[in-house]
Design a protein around this ligand. Structure first.
Ligand SMILES: [Zn+2]
Ligand SMILES: [Zn+2]
Length: 95
């Protein structure tokens, strides 16, 4: 796997498994946001990919971990789709 030159100034470059953008694990990207690691499949995904699949509202509820029992784990867009409780929450919010 070749690391693009854009990553040379990054402390710990990591790649989104979905859109393949490189983002510093300790920072964030201006257009793709922060990278997260799925607690189920360990895939890395950026905020932009999650938003594209499930919307920014669900993303923010998930990463804010505000105490909601259904949103206490970080899941990638694919695993969220397979989690029944996440789906019901997503559907409720979309109305
Ligand atoms: Zn991505
Ligand atoms: Zn996953």
């Amino acid at each position: 796997m070749m690391i693009e030159s854009a990553t040379k100034d990054m402390i710990d470059p990591a790649q989104c498994r979905l859109c393949e953008v490189w983002i510093d694990w300790h920072g964030s990207d201006s257009s793709n946001g922060t990278l997260w690691e799925c607690e189920v499949c360990n895939d890395l995904f950026c905020e932009e990919c999650f938003k594209a699949a499930h919307g920014s509202k669900l993303l923010h509820e998930m990463i804010s971990m505000d105490g909601s029992k259904e949103l206490d784990r970080i899941l990638c867009p694919g695993c969220v789709s397979k989690a029944p409780n996440y789906m019901s929450i997503s559907t409720l919010q979309v109305q």
